[in-house]
Ligand binder design. Sequence first.
Ligand code: FCB
Length: 472
Amino acid sequence: MTAADTRAEVRTADAATLRFPAGFRWGTATAAYQIEGAASEDGRTPSIWDTFSRTPGRVRNGDTGDIAADHYHRMREDVALMRELGVTDYRFSVAWPRVQPTGRGPALQKGLDFYRRLCDELREAGIRPVATLYHWDLPQELEDAGGWPRRETAERFAVYAGLTAEALGDRVATWTTLNEPWCAAFLGYGNGVHAPGRTSDADALRAAHHLNLAHGLAVDALRTALPAGTEVSLTLNLHVVRALTESAEDRDAARRIDAVANRIFLDPVFRGRLPEDLVRDTARVTDWSFVRDGDLAAVAAPIDSLGLNYYSPTVVAAGSSESPSPWAGAERHVRFLPAPGPRTAMDWPVDADGLYELLARLRDELPGVPLVITENGAAYEDYADPSGRVRDPERVAYLRGHLAAVRRAIEDGADVRGYFLWSLLDNFEWAYGYSKRFGIVHVDFASQRRTPKDSARWYADVIARGGLPAAP
Ligand code: FCB
């Protein structure tokens, strides 16, 4: 083959689209506390994030979700934006304290009505509603009674899941029990950078188990309340952990983090057991006696797909790091290193290969479990130029690289059914408040004006052509 032939081939490929499988779901994702606002409207009671964000020093700039992106009042406009993007699916979360204030007792119709209207609006726009039941907004009363370290919280969650499913079961296409239980347990109760801001390794491990239990009990409650065949799922932020070198010490550091970040959820949920090395590693912290007979079988209730949130990889070596940490004592044996390469505004490394590695691992370890990317995206310093346009070429490059990694994983046999871009709107980025913008739609928080960024147009084009333009 001559050089000219090769160039001609490349040109042909350039003109084409790198297609995704037919029926692939193209979505955007959000979470209740990050966008809704209306924090005390229609009977909603405070969640741990209301309390935390109102506590001085917890959230940058003293920001709260009181108003957020005012989505509670602008829901129609936001669904219209998604209709224009052409998304097939929308992943949102239900605010527990909006539909069951205080976390106990009957459901509140007004709260449920908001999600009913949202689902109806989505369905009219031809968009499948994908609901997450817990994206971190635990009713404050349940935290006051002990929070996730307490077993009763798991039981409460199952009741809430059942009553929400009874009310919205005919409208929601896919149900996800929890979003990122690792963050809820280890950032919430381990290093305290998330609500409720507690710092106890023992409580973090108890919380992780009770979140697993909450998931399993909720799967049961959902199956009882929903028509047979409804998709039930769980979203994990599995960590892509890389050892700095191949030395036995560095590999052991990676094993420890893999146990306390990944297998602490994967093994109970998919195999009905706790990882033995995790139990050994954490023996100084807990004897795990809070795990009762039958719990792990309940956690392992079968699910229909696994949701994955991926942003960047973690590089570790043997050594030690500071406490309090979200690693339940593993930090005494592990050093964390910056991964090389460009960074987002979160200072997170951009590394699309990590997403490929994650999908390839799950293809091998969980054959037969359909995978969905339920979050992926990036924050950058976006602003509207004088003409009102928001140019975000770095986000487009990030998304393109990660979608290409997803496609490569699919070609190599991973069963990936969909991709949800985080996020539809700029929003309340937890401890960073409004200082970090993840949206493909810019929000001017003073006027609540929405402006689709260049990345929104780019994503709409990807969806319309069913894949990536072969040439960037
Ligand atoms: C994930 C959260 C999501 C968002 C992104 C950036 O951990 O699930 O709410 O904040 O990070």
